[in-house]
Design a protein around this ligand. Structure first.
Ligand SMILES: NC(=O)c1ccc[n+]([C@@H]2O[C@H](COP(=O)([O-])OP(=O)(O)OC[C@H]3O[C@@H](n4cnc5c(N)ncnc54)[C@H](O)[C@@H]3O)[C@@H](O)[C@H]2O)c1
Length: 335
């Protein structure tokens, strides 16, 4: 039996806890979250987990791994505590809102040689993975241009905007990660424009809601992403990989596969509601991979370095927006 602990019983903590609890030979022994809620009670009923303080988790030698799914401002300390306690770690993105803290935490995690996995679930989505594999094994030919769209169904609450690190470190970080995952290269220049067109209150809170980014790689390949906090279509999340032999498309997944034809035209179902529905399979695969990493030493598709590199791109994009100029990137570039 593998004993695990989950930090955070909010939106994503609930998803990870339920997925872990469904795996054979896995027990969620502890849940840590200072805020009680009906959802937390439900998780306790499903798993039999005890609600404890962090120290109890780190002191328990039988706990093989911890899942850090708590609010972003708690990740860095929990990750360092997990490393000190020699636990396998899964940490949600972003590692910290402060890039110098991200570099310190990543260095500590890498020096420990402990298995540490980052929460970039798109890497575990069967569609994203199949496209990446088709590029990586040469079938699609050389990837020349990658285009991505991420539009949320609606803007987050202002309270969330204030603590989440803003659109770049919170939402667009997944696209920055995909840029590296699909191209398997590091970005060398980035130019971004961003402003507020959806909700002026987001601007008043110091964030943006509309973003366009153009990135290039030393080999000449190009990546473009468009991000928005509003999707008239719902959760609109697509990718197009233009390669020498093939163009690979990842479309939205509809809520059902029924198409209705009538004299007025054709109707199909809207896209899956939001990320929890759209990436349901990916989240399950992610927790399976976390347990596989603990059991068999299998390398995760996203590690702490991937968390750092995606955030480096987010920080560079932010500087580009603020200065109006492209940012040249080197492996040791710091904001
Ligand atoms: N990879 C993804 O697809 C994905 C999706 C959603 C959220 N996230 C990330 O997951 C994290 C949580 O997001 P959420 O949407 O679930 O937020 P949430 O606000 O719904 O839940 C966060 C929970 O963490 C708890 N918490 C705060 N500090 C804690 C601490 N020190 N120890 C234990 N619990 C603590 C809060 O009480 C809350 O219940 C964020 O960092 C977010 O960026 C990732």
């Amino acid at each position: 039996m593998i004993d695990l602990a989950v930090f955070g019983t909010g939106r994503i903590g609930q998803v990870h806890t339920k997925n872990l609890a469904a795996l054979p030979g896995v027990r969620v022994k502890y849940l840590v979250d200072p805020i009680a809620s009906p959802a937390q009670d439900d998780l306790i009923r499903r798993t039999g987990a005890a609600i404890v303080e962090p120290d109890e988790v780190f002191a328990d030698r039988n706990v093989a791994g911890v899942v850090i799914a708590s609010s972003t401002d708690s990740h860095a300390k929990l990750l360092l505590d997990g490393v000190a306690a020699q636990k396998a770690i899964f940490c949600e993105k972003p590692i910290s809102l402060d890039f110098s803290t991200v570099t310190k935490v990543a260095a500590a995690a890498e020096a420990s040689a402990l298995p540490v996995m980052l929460g970039f679930q798109r890497r575990y989505d069967p569609n994203f993975r199949a496209v990446r594999d088709r590029i990586a094994d040469g079938t699609a030919g050389r990837l020349e241009q990658l285009v991505m769209h991420t539009r949320d169904p609606g803007p987050p609450s202002i309270a969330y905007v204030k603590v989440s690190g803003g659109m770049l470190r919170d939402q667009a970080i997944h696209d920055f990660d995909q840029a590296r995952f699909m191209t398997a290269e590091e970005i060398t220049s980035i130019y971004a424009v961003g402003n507020c067109q959806v909700d002026p209150e987001i601007g008043a809170a110091g964030d943006i809601d509309s973003l366009l980014v153009t990135m290039t790689i030393a080999s000449g390949r190009m990546v473009q992403m468009s991000n928005n906090r509003r999707g008239p279509l719902g959760y609109d999340q697509r990718l197009e990989a233009h390669c020498a032999n093939e163009v690979l498309f990842i479309d939205n997944r509809p809520q059902n596969d029924i198409r209705i034809a009538a004299a007025s035209g054709l109707l199909s179902a809207p896209p899956m509601d939001y990320f929890i529905a759209r990436f349901e399979i990916a989240y399950r695969a992610e927790m399976l991979a976390f347990v596989d990493m603990i059991r068999n030493g299998t390398k995760p598709l996203a590690n702490v370095r991937d968390g750092l590199e995606a955030q480096r791109l987010a920080e560079a994009a932010l500087i580009s927006i603020n200065t109006g100029h492209p940012v040249k990137l080197t492996p040791d570039w710091q904001p």
